[in-house]
Design a protein around this ligand. Structure first.
Ligand SMILES: Cc1ncc(COP(=O)(O)O)c(C=O)c1O
Length: 439
């Protein structure tokens, strides 16, 4: 590596093998559309659109310009009791694109905060209706809802929970994940078998009693847990059970919103409409941190009680609706509308699927799956070192000029919404070659 002037020691890196990274750093200096440029002067194709964030490509000129203008005009304004135009305009645009019935947006700074905010909204909603026994939540194994206490507790990735053991929220229960490789390995799109897994929700509801359950929170397609795709009919059943028992259904769409599965919201792609939707990532194309919680009017209205001079919901962040984030969000929405990248993404699904499944016969590959522009490859773990093969693919791909995301031995893919078929060929040719070289 080229001369390294950066002191790597003081920064405790998130979700990173710090010791290994600091021995063999992978430092990025800049980005242009589809590529990163590394500190040592190499081009790296990004097969993950940032971190599921940057579907429109890096340094999109329209968003860059909007951010530059905004930061020089209004850098910050409090959002408590005073505000500015940005979040109102952005909320209006989001509601225009959201499924019917959604009417308000609460802004946060991240997907984690959106998850915890959604859980608080669910509790507050039931309480304000006099349903104060509805305190339990149901999540799903392999679900990921960020790292704050609510999202971590309702999330179902063991590694994220183990260290915090008994400090996780009580009253949170988990459905089983919908990944059934014994029936659906190497499936393309939604697996045909598995809708009956939703019946577990009915059993759980009967066991805990409906009047005690506030909400079910799931990702329409689980992302960080390894691209776990809902079997045909599964989400419809979950929706029906929640409706029948007055349980709120929260879709965590931090990944699936903004074109990742070909629509503004995954709810629209599946035609299954929840009561609350959380977003982040693609909301600003990843340029400025921002998240949001979209709610239906009856939820907002339930909070609007009591004296008008009173705060209705004692919740918010210093940076909720931050001017620069709102500008990045509005500019992203303008590009989504103007350039129709979701249509392009849909047209690319077939090429993506073909190239991804071309890795199916590589050494030790046990499953390949995809939906929209989300894909995963499972590699059998080394018996004595789970996760090592995935990490080696990531490291070797980076050295070969390709950014690949791995979580343990699952490789995850989230290409740009405006990729070309050549990007897919380059990505999966490299991945296949490197997987085949591993012992
Ligand atoms: C579905 C989902 N929810 C929540 C989060 C957390 O978002 P953040 O990292 O912005 O807090 C993520 C992040 O990957 C996510 O994929």
């Amino acid at each position: 590596m080229a001369e390294q002037p950066v002191n790597l020691d003081p920064f405790w890196m998130p979700y990173t093998a710090n010791r290994s990274f600091k021995k063999r750093p992978r430092l990025i200096k800049s980005a242009t559309r589809y590529h990163y440029q590394t500190l040592d002067g190499r081009e790296v194709l990004d097969s993950f659109s940032g971190l599921w964030t940057t579907g429109l490509g890096h340094c999109h000129p329209h968003i860059v310009q909007a951010v530059q203008q905004q930061v020089a005009t209004l850098d910050y304004a409090t959002g408590f009791q005073v505000s500015h135009e940005g979040p109102f305009r952005l909320a209006e645009k989001l509601i225009e694109k959201a499924p019917e019935g959604f009417s308000q947006v609460f802004f946060t700074n991240s997907g984690s905060e959106a998850a915890d905010t959604a859980m608080k909204i669910a509790l507050g909603y039931h309480r304000s209706k006099g349903d104060s026994t509805r305190l339990k939540f149901i999540g799903r194994q392999r679900g990921y809802h960020g790292t704050n206490f609510g999202g971590m507790s309702i999330g179902g990735i063991p590694a994220n929970r183990t260290m915090f053991g008994n400090s996780l929220l009580p009253n949170v229960f988990h459905l089983q994940a919908t990944h059934q490789p014994e029936f659906s390995a190497f499936s393309k799109g939604q697996p045909s078998k598995g809708a009956e897994l939703a019946d577990e929700l009915e059993m759980m509801v009967q066991f805990h009693r409906p009047e005690n359950i506030a909400a079910v929170m799931i990702e329409p397609v689980a992302g960080s847990g390894g691209v776990v795709i809902p079997p045909i009919g599964y989400l419809e059943k979950i929706r029906e059970i929640c409706t029948r028992h007055d349980i709120l259904l929260i879709f965590d769409e931090v990944i699936t919103a903004f074109g990742r599965i070909g629509d503004y919201f995954g709810a629209q792609r599946f035609n299954v409409i929840p009561d609350i939707i959380t977003v982040a990532k693609g909301l600003t194309n990843g340029v400025i941190p921002m998240g949001g919680v979209l709610v239906k009017s009856e939820i907002y209205d339930a909070f609007m009680q009591g004296p008008e001079s009173m705060v209705e919901f004692f919740h918010g962040y210093t940076y909720s609706g931050h001017p620069v984030a709102a500008a990045a969000g509005l500019a992203s929405m303008e590009v989504y509308e103007r350039d129709a990248p979701f249509q392009t993404a849909r047209q690319l699904e077939g090429d993506f699927e073909n190239s991804l499944h071309g890795v199916a016969d590589a050494k030790n590959v046990t499953d390949v799956r995809n939906f929209g522009l989300m894909g995963a490859i499972d590699i059998a773990p080394r018996p004595d070192a789970p996760g090592a093969r995935g990490f080696e693919v990531h490291e070797k791909c980076f050295a070969a000029g390709l950014m690949v995301r791995h979580s343990a031995d699952t490789l995850q893919f989230s290409p740009f919404l405006t990729s070309t078929p050549e990007h897919f060929e380059e990505t999966f040719d490299t991945v296949k070659k490197i997987i085949n070289e591993l012992d």
